[in-house]
Ligand binder design. Structure first.
Ligand SMILES: O=C(O)CCC(=O)C(=O)O
Ligand SMILES: [Fe+2]
Length: 160
């Protein structure tokens, strides 16, 4: 979790995980192949966020100090709605329905120019459609910030 994120997430527990079963590694490799380019180095551990049914994530942009150009998140258990809002033009926004088993990828403008948030149960609508929130687990892979690759100076952070 990025330093700028303190206070953004409510009703959660989390961990940074670097050891995975062979079956999970195969899934993470599919995520990485889909989301990251060959030149991108990933943070050494994967962020696992367990959001309770009443939990939610307030709008934020992941810190550029701790997280690079790409954020890829696998959603598990409950569906949820992620809203992206342009940081300079609040009228410019979109919502993503994150079904269990789906992968979202934030890169380019979506990564840097839009905040992202996970709506709380009371506000959890995708258009007109009510999306009741249960417990949701997300598995988030991030690239290292530029200039933090292997062999370059600076210690890679343990997590975003
Ligand atoms: O749970 C998610 O998919 C997003 C989490 C998030 O925005 C963060 O940890 O920075
Ligand atoms: Fe985030």
């Amino acid at each position: 979790m990025g330093q700028g994120l303190v206070g953004a997430i409510h009703g959660f527990r989390e961990t940074e995980k670097s050891r995975w079963s062979e079956a999970s590694r195969a899934i993470l490799q599919r995520v990485q192949a889909a989301a990251f380019g060959p030149g991108q180095t990933l943070l050494s551990s994967v962020h696992v966020l367990d959001l309770e049914a009443r939990g939610y994530i307030k709008p934020h942009v992941d810190s550029i100090k701790f997280c690079g150009a790409t954020i890829a998140g696998l959603s598990l258990l409950s569906p949820s709605v992620m809203r992206l809002v342009h940081t300079q033009e609040p009228g410019e926004w979109l919502e993503l329905l994150l079904e269990p088993g789906s992968l979202y990828i934030l890169r380019g403008s979506a990564r840097y120019d839009f905040s992202h948030e996970i709506l709380r149960d009371e506000e959890s609508f995708f258009g007109e459609r009510r999306i009741p929130r249960g417990r949701r687990i997300s598995v988030i892979c991030r690239s290292l910030p530029e200039g933090m690759g292997p062999g370059e100076s600076g210690q890679p952070p343990a997590a975003c």
